[in-house]
Design a protein around this ligand. Sequence first.
Ligand code: GFP
Length: 795
Amino acid sequence: MDSFTKAIKRYLEKRFGNSIEDASERQIYQALMVITRDKLAEKRYHYINKLKESEQKRVYYMSMEFLVGKTLRNNLYNLGIESEVKNFLSENGFVLDKIYDIEPDPGLGNGGLGRLASCYMDALTSQEYPITGFSILYEFGIFKQVISNGWQQEFPDNWLDLGKYGLIYRSDEEVEIKFYGETKEQWTSDGLRIKYEDYTPIIAEPYDLMISGYETDAVNVLRLWKSKASGGFNMRLFEQGEYSKSVESKAIAESISKLLYPADDNNKGKELRIKQQYFFTSASLQQIVKMHYKAYNTLDNLAEKVVIHINDTHPSLCIPELMRILMDEYEYSWDKAWEITIKTFAYTNHTIMAEALEKWSVDLFRPILPRIYTIISEINNRFCKWCKDIGASVDLEEMSIIHNDMIRMANLCIVSSYSVNGVSKLHSDILKKDTFKSFNRIYPGKFTNVTNGIAHRRWLGQANPELTKYLNELLEVDFIKDLSSIENLLEYKSDESVINNLENIKKIKKVQLAEYIKKNTGLTVDTNSIFDVQIKRLHEYKRQLLNALHIIYLYKEIKYNALKPYPRTFIFSAKASSGYVMAKNIIKLICSISEIIEMDPEVRKYIKVVFLEDYRVSLAEKIIPAADVSEQISQAGKEASGTGNMKLMLNGALTLGTMDGANVEIYNAVGKDNIFIFGLSSEEVSDLSERGYRSEEFYQNSSVIKETIDFMRTLDNGDSNFNYMADYLVSRDPYMCLADFESYLEQQKLIEKTYQDRIKWGQMSLVNIANSGIFSADRATSEYVKEIWNIKKVK
Ligand code: GFP
């Protein structure tokens, strides 16, 4: 620790010519970021040497998104020096929490998928497994959201300005990526070779972010690639008069790592998206192969030493890229290259939503990546032939990788990986029985499940130090090291003093959140009210609209039927993809309800609606510990797993949910008396869809639905969209909010009643915390380690 504080002082002197007494907060921030990073890099040096010596198998985790969250607190916490640093700073007149606030939240992801990747990096590092993450160094991460008159507005997020201090630039490991051009077969004295001509070269510059683990010597790395033009412009083309082509590399390079693509925006900028995907997969693969060859002087044993994990289909171009490298650069035959490839890749599917299953048109794809296209096409030809040869009665229309001139990336992943997994039991069953049923038939044993998990050290240890401290004292077990031991809490279920203490901690977290709400929205919320929370990406299938409809119902009842409900604060936070009009309309609706209630003294005594703008990891860390109710109300069958549901449960919130994704497993873990379940099951949803869902029938046949929607229309003042949304619900309602509304209402009433029985609620909350052990990312990643990757800890 002494050396750490000395290093900080030295940095301030050398970099700014300042003593710590004269330093600004910004300088302290920079010093802390750089010194922490360098300390981790030093630790990594020893770790990587052990790893090299052991020659053990490693995992490479490919993901277009990593939502790492703020790094400084996480690293100090993991290094076990947070309190010393805090004291050192306070002795010198600085508050560590204020320094933490300076760090931007690197928004290199949209939601659950990206956060999961980071939870896994953290958990695997804490358990000392050798993993490297690969992604893109987006100059602009997900946009900053500002709500103006109820509508979302997007602003660029220039996170690197202050975030760059955590990164190490590795100029020695740049690689070149080839786009466009042509490939020609050429006979040489060594046989047939592929020659690349007239391509546009782009350089990938590597930047490393150190990933620390809790109480461990392991330090893994997240490598982020930044695109750069290769050597200015092409002289030959310029001389030939092809001016725009001559600077093509520069233009492409500037665009590739510029911006994170919003989820659900798959129809826009497809060409750039393909380039981004190939850019980072090619850079990563080239590096992996080069390192492997350097270590072993052969690639024959690649699959014994390397697993490449594909996080959803976005990195699926890894597959043809490995084939290309093996054949074109290391002279492997197709058969030998294929044998290695199919033993190297494992793929996780994260969604069955049709719009998210990536497909690229051949016409668009082929000119950008001609060689890669040929390889995919050959994989497909051979796969189709193999199906016929084995006499499989399979539907090639469904399974062919290229169909109707579209390349289906999920099919490519399934055919080329040795393992395919879903992210909750229900989701994995749906993949096997429905989405990919034909593949499951011809590849028995390939499909498996790993239910998601969360980094509890961040989501409990760091986000809720009050609860962590209390449980530490009470349980006398190191549940931060091993979350399964938190189940000891069950012994205290009948201990009223423990229930009271838990309630008091919840209250502290609610007060802290109330302050944040006041500061950021001006709204005063009652900390004795039920904090009812729905925080996640805004998407219709997640059904924020159903939640809003319930609030409208309460508003009507309070206003016209003298209902006096137990006070409740509805808290929302969510970003809508910039091109997703309906999602933006739902935000507008929620904000309008909030405003109307706030203007009505009669109603605001009972209910309040808060929309917190700019949802991000660090905001989730503030909201989750303060939540009483966790809204997990997606249409059954649509949410692959959910991970917010686990974080909220771990912090003692009770789940109000459908039997969807990992909610089903939460239900099994806590038992039916400790959760509020409502709505159609996924089979019932499918049946109803097949029969033809008509929301209007629900509107006509249920007086409560009819009255709520009719009332909703009366709220429209011309500047709001109540009428528009009412029409949408009655005429379309694609995710069946109306079909589940009454059953949702019933559970909401039960929540209100149960909450007032403080002992009962406290016991339910305790049971949730105590049973959250299985949702630790340590458990989830252990399953990947044993069932899929077959890797060992670095000793
Ligand atoms: C997606 C799925 C979630 C799942 C995560 C991680 O997240 O159900 O929990 O991936 O597997 F939809 P979002 O992009 O929807 O947040």
